[in-house]
Design a protein around this ligand. Structure first.
Ligand SMILES: [Zn+2]
Length: 254
């Protein structure tokens, strides 16, 4: 288990991101029952207080408040999407409520507002970014909890880096619908093959800056999942990384 020290060392918050050494007994997208003992012990959060995103590359955010937390806890976690729809990010101001996502190359985005004591986490793949997941998550903190974006501390967990993320030109068209031409220019580097390298970390940063988050409060753990043997990589393994092989990222207010 690893943590985002820039957050854990300074604020009443606990973060986690797992690596390949944390075992592979994860039972599926929506359950941590998996790394259960270790996870629960490490986080000191009962599993009923753990909420997952459903990784559908949407732009939707689940906001957990003191008003709805008990109803959400009582639901069968696997049936939450049927009842309230799919989402790829979560935000809360309720202490001891753990927000989690699973990834393998996509960027886990941790957000924390120390003034209002609000935490959020978002699963940022290229589709989700183009669907507005980054700005929607930041805005959910503003709208539901009164966050001032200038107070927000952002951290990027392990993800595929701009030197490794080879994509086709059709992604450029998708990004052109969300980003300015000069931004798209910066995000994509053309290769002799006709393909491109995508800088998804920069795309997430551009979205945060647009929402008013300060540049000097955006941090990156700087780990490339494709290059490292310690983290699952969708692209590195050449095939679909099964749910039980994805890394889990989480954040909880203590
Ligand atoms: Zn890389």
């Amino acid at each position: 288990m690893n943590s985002i020290s820039i957050l854990d060392d300074r604020y009443p918050v606990k973060t986690v991101f797992t690596d390949n050494s944390d075992g592979q007994s994860h039972e599926g997208w929506h359950r941590v029952e998996c790394r259960n003992a270790a996870f629960e012990e490490y986080l000191r959060v009962p599993l009923s207080h753990v909420f997952y995103a459903y990784e559908e590359h949407t732009g939707n955010v689940l906001v957990v408040t003191s008003e709805n937390v008990e109803d959400l806890e009582a639901m069968d976690k696997d049936r939450i999407p049927e009842q309230i729809g799919e989402y790829d990010a979560l935000a809360t101001d309720v202490p001891h409520t753990m927000l989690c996502i699973c990834t393998a190359d996509c960027l886990p985005l941790f957000l924390y507002d120390p003034r209002q004591n609000v935490a959020a986490i978002a699963h940022c793949g290229w589709r989700g970014i183009c669907n507005g997941i980054v700005s929607n998550t930041a805005r959910s903190m503003v709208e539901h909890f009164g966050t001032n974006p200038r107070d927000v501390v952002a951290a990027f967990g392990p993800s595929i880096c701009k030197g490794c993320y080879e994509v086709g030109g059709e992604l450029k068209d998708a990004f052109a619908r969300r980003f300015l031409p000069q931004e798209v220019q910066r995000l994509f580097t053309s290769l002799p093959s006709g393909k491109f390298l995508l800088d998804s970390r920069n795309a997430v940063a551009l979205e945060l800056l647009r929402e008013g988050v300060r540049q000097d409060k955006i941090h990156d753990v700087g780990i490339c999942t494709f290059e490292s043997d310690d983290y699952p990589s969708f692209r590195g393994e050449g095939t679909y990384v099964k749910a039980e092989r994805q890394m889990i990222s989480g954040i909880v207010l203590t």
